[in-house]
Design a protein around this ligand. Structure first.
Ligand code: ABU
Length: 975
């Protein structure tokens, strides 16, 4: 279609200006253009032809601005042609096509315009993609392009578009306004979603630069056609302040996707371009959007728009004699569609003013051309007329219905920006911004969802320190304080009763160190739980906290465990060395040394249980058997405290060495371990996410230090465990609590060996669990150790008076070396001994009967003392049967071999046994010691051999008189 519109300048003006206004206007025209107002007859008029492209529809996604702009242009042609003040003697003629905002189609239409007569003097275009194409081509034909509807900032380029002017301001003009408002609402991060068109890409780039200069971070998402993926990315990026740069069709698609993805409401603020129609967000059925009008309206609620002012609100009339509002009213009457839905309705004043600018420029050119030259002489090779026209367009300025029309050197229109917000379905003016003067007129009409002010530009990420919960910390601190108080009390007790033997003999100095160790361990727990919930700790002192809590725990452990370790170590050492003295002849004299013990322990670890069992028996027998049996009082001498101090000081020295080297070489520093974001508590209204942070103490070679300390402590624990087991049956008078200490060592070692790896390797990142586990272990060890070592003493002191205590002390030498198991064994032996005596009695009776029978048979009187056998009968109840052979074996227990050769020569020395037994019952302690001594001396704890020892004089050739058959046989031989 190629419509030519010619206006009649004699037609009555539909909205005649007032008389005063007409007068003023005519005066202005006369002054500016110097023309007298003369009327021409229509057939005298010379035609000035203008080619124009209008985007009458959006096409695949563009600006359908021709809907309202073409009527506006036609109106302007009519007004200009009707106005006798401009282009007198000329008539404007418009030749136009529909470009559909598609550059390809526009190119075809432009060729049609240019290669079909008449020659066009100037080209009018709208829509950026089309204008870009036209403005790049036009200089080839010496044509000027005047754009009423191209906003692309890329068009502000004189090298690329040397003949372009536009009444439509560049989209960049809104960017200072946007940045100003982002600052006003304190947004530091915005996200642009744009379609891939040069107009929007260049706008977005300019905005990025401007925002960056103001310290606002800009993220950008582009799409072509379908915005679904781009919107999903916005969700992932946690975009909150979103600026959309696209044509209206794409705007609807984006809004629908925003609704689908929940990108609307209180937390989000959308910014759109302001030149869309007022009801743009309602989905036209032909677009097939998957959103209802209600959904779109809900998603669009309270969005902001920025747009250059395109309609003058000035009450003074423009050059056409109309005010902006009068123009708008006239246009509304002209167009068939609802203005709110008519594409290009906001830009229509620009199109109207573009025609006036053109007319005035032609007027100017007519006056500036050399005499005899006319505008109608123009052809596409006429550079002179082109240059005159170019200069006139450039210098054109007038008051239009869109405001003051004036072109910059780049051909841009300079205008103020207006900011609007969609409130309850209507756009409400919020303010104006003058980007030249940097002035913002703000009316304060903005509305926010829920009335809670501007939302944040992104989720507020609140750092949440993973501290020990206050409940757990409080419980641990209370228990730790109780432990500290208890240790103070025990210290007082230890000092107060230092005169009592039970204290004297328990190495009180050593126990005091145990108390100090327990207190230090408890104190370390108080530091270990920091920072707890609600209890902050200054970051600059965190390194000190790290070292102090570990050091205090290490030293506390060394004092507490070290003092117990020292006791079992010394018991073991003394026992072993004492035994070595007694068993000097033994080739295995080093078997009882601690190092041999370690060797056995290692063997145990590698699974050689059989070897270990044998070795342990050997060590135990070697270390304690002979010692207890033969020298019960040797170990009951006072032990100088220096011995204990030496052990503890050695361990303390190792600790201090590790701690100091650690601090100097590779100090612990505060490190943060960050976890993934978490939702806030359900009742939190704020738009926040929690970032859990765990404060850790770390040094560069953390693993090495952990391995060193754990390795050393574990070795100590295992060794202590072994020593405690080894010395479990031994009781030294001056370490009277060694058995309880041993129990305590079992407890500490097992708990620590379980806790150490769990806390350091399995749950290092779980603040509460880690602290609770560690605290439980430390507190259990502390309470158990203090309890096991001190409660028996307290009970003893309150039950046993001092005098009784001292009396018992006199006998302690004997009892102290006998274990419970040995006592039981002794009692067993006594029982067996009694059984044997009964058997001997039975045999004696039988012997007596035999003797009687023999005497009867031989006719020997019972009183006779002569013959082969003689009964001594010197002791009532006792019978001594003696052979006629010399009685050399009667008291010798080392001549079994000779005894075994001659049963008849055996002597049953029942009296001796009886005597031993009686003696045992008379003096339990002495007999306990003596019996055990004899038993152990011979075979350690071998009962059978012990019995042989007790009955050594009854041995026969069978080497055991407890064998009934052999004994009967010997008697029968006698018979
Ligand atoms: N105000 C309409 C702008 C259209 C365009 O620049 O393409």
């Amino acid at each position: 279609m190629n419509d030519a519109v010619g206006g009649s300048r004699y037609r009555a003006h539909p909205h005649p200006p007032t008389g005063a206004k007409i007068f003023a206007f005519l005066l202005l025209i006369n002054v500016v253009y110097g023309n007298g107002v003369t009327r021409h007859r229509r057939d005298d008029l010379k035609e000035l032809h203008v080619g124009a492209l209008f985007p009458m529809e959006a096409g695949a996604g563009g600006w359908p601005g021709g809907v309202a702009c073409r009527p506006a242009v036609e109106m302007a042609f009519e007004d200009v042609n009707n106005d006798p003040r401009v282009l007198n003697g000329y008539v404007f003629k418009l030749h136009h096509h529909n470009s559909k905002c598609q550059p390809g189609l526009a190119a075809k239409k432009i060729f049609e315009l240019l290669y079909k007569d008449p020659v066009k003097l100037i080209l009018l275009s709208g829509c950026s993609p089309v204008t870009t194409m036209v403005a790049e081509a036009a200089p080839v034909w010496n044509l000027i392009v005047l754009s009423y509807g191209a906003s692309s900032p890329a068009l502000s380029n004189r090298e690329r578009f040397p003949t372009l002017f536009r009444t439509h301001p560049s989209a960049n003009m809104q960017n200072p306004t946007r940045c100003k408002l982002f600052e006003r609402f304190k947004w530091k991060k915005i996200t642009i979603i744009q379609s891939v068109e040069e107009v929007f890409t260049s706008t977005a780039k300019d905005l990025e630069e401007q925002c960056r200069e103001r310290g606002i971070r800009v993220e950008r998402q582009s799409f072509y056609g379908d915005p679904t993926d781009a919107v999903k990315t916005l969700v992932r990026q946690d975009a909150r302040i979103i600026l959309g740069l696209f044509y209206v069709t794409e705007a609807r698609r984006v809004l629908c996707q925003a609704y689908k993805h929940g990108l609307y409401g209180r937390k989000y603020v959308w910014w759109f371009i302001g030149w869309y129609a007022d009801t743009w967000y309602y989905p036209p059925p032909e677009e097939g959007l998957n959103c209802t009008a209600e959904q779109m309206a809900e998603a669009a609620a309270y969005h902001f728009t920025t747009e250059n002012i395109m309609l003058s609100r000035d009450s003074k009339p423009a050059i056409s004699g109309m005010t902006g509002l009068e123009f708008q009213k006239r246009l509304t009457e002209m167009i068939a569609t609802d203005p709110a839905n008519a594409g290009g309705f906001p830009e229509a004043p620009l199109a109207y003013d573009a025609v006036w600018a053109m007319a005035l420029a032609f007027n100017c050119t007519l006056n500036s051309l050399p005499k005899g030259m006319d505008l109608i002489d123009f052809d596409y090779n006429n550079t002179l007329i082109f240059e005159h026209l170019f200069k006139c367009v450039k210098d054109t300025q007038f008051k239009g219905v869109s405001g003051q029309v004036k072109f910059s050197d780049l051909g841009d229109r300079i205008a103020r920006t207006q900011i609007e917000q969609l409130q309850n379905g209507k756009y409400v003016l919020l303010g104006y911004y003058d980007s030249v003067k940097h002035e913002l007129d703000w009316f304060g009409n903005e509305i926010w969802h829920d009335g809670r002010g501007p939302p944040t530009d992104s989720t507020i990420v609140k750092e949440s320190l993973l501290t020990v919960t206050i409940e757990i910390y409080t419980i641990v601190v209370i228990l730790a304080v109780v432990a500290i108080i208890a240790s103070l009390g025990l210290f007082v007790f230890n000092v107060q009763y230092s005169y009592r033997s039970v204290i004297i003999q328990s190495q009180p100095q050593c126990n005091n160190i145990l108390i100090v160790g327990c207190a230090l361990c408890s104190i370390s727990l108080v530091l270990m739980g920091l920072p707890a919930e609600g209890i902050t700790f200054p970051r600059e002192f965190f390194s000190i906290l790290c070292h102090s809590r570990i050091s205090i725990l290490m030293i506390g452990f060394t004092f507490a465990y070290g003092s117990m370790f020292a006791k079992v170590w010394i018991v073991h050492r003394m026992s072993a060395s004492e035994n070595q003295e007694l068993a000097a002849i033994s080739k295995d004299e080093e078997d009882g040394s601690p190092w041999e013990s370690i060797r056995m322990l290692i063997a145990a670890m590698v699974g050689r249980q059989a070897l270990v069992a044998a070795a342990l028996r050997k060590i135990s027998t070697h270390a304690y058997g002979s010692l207890v049996a033969r020298r019960p009082c040797i170990l009951n001498q006072p032990i100088p405290p220096a011995k204990f101090y030496t052990v503890i000081a050695s361990l303390f020295g190792i600790d201090m060495l590790i701690i100091l080297v650690w601090i100097v070489v590779d100090p612990l520093q505060r490190k943060e371990q960050r976890f993934s974001l978490q939702d806030p508590p359900a009742d939190t209204e704020e738009d926040i996410k929690l970032l859990p942070i765990l404060e850790l103490c770390e040094s560069n070679h953390q693993e090495m230090w952990i391995a060193l300390i754990l390795g050393y402590k574990c070795l100590l624990l295992v060794f202590g465990l072994f020593l405690a087991y080894e010395s479990r049956n031994l009781k030294l008078r001056y370490i009277n609590d060694s058995r309880f200490v041993g129990l305590s060592i079992y407890n500490v070692a097992i708990l620590s060996l379980v806790t150490g790896p769990v806390v350091t390797l399995l749950i290092p990142s779980r603040g509460d669990a880690n602290f609770a586990f560690l605290s439980a272990t430390v507190l259990l060890c502390t309470y158990f150790s203090m309890g096991l070592v001190f409660v028996p003493k307290i009970v003893h002191i309150y039950r046993v008076t001092q005098s009784k205590d001292e009396a018992a002390l006199a006998n302690a030498c004997l009892r102290s070396t006998i274990s419970k198991s040995d006592q039981l064994r002794f009692e067993q032996l006594m029982k067996e001994n009694s059984e044997l005596k009964k058997q001997i009695d039975i045999r004696e009776n039988r012997i007596a009967e035999c003797r009687k029978i023999l005497e009867r048979r031989l006719g020997i009187a019972p009183e006779s003392s002569s013959g082969a056998l003689q009964s001594t009968g010197s002791v009532p109840g006792k019978t001594e049967i003696t052979s006629t052979s010399p009685p050399s074996f009667a008291t010798n227990n080392n001549n079994n071999s000779s005894g075994c050769q001659n049963d008849e020569n055996s002597t049953i020395e029942a009296y001796k046994i009886q005597e031993d037994t009686v003696s045992s019952s008379e003096d339990a302690n002495q007999n306990f010691e003596s019996g055990t001594e004899r038993a152990t001396q011979s075979t350690g704890f071998n009962n059978t051999t012990m019995l042989l020892d007790f009955n050594e004089d009854t041995n026969t050739g069978h080497c055991s008189d407890f064998d009934d058959d052999s004994s009967i046989t010997s008697n029968e031989i006698l018979l």
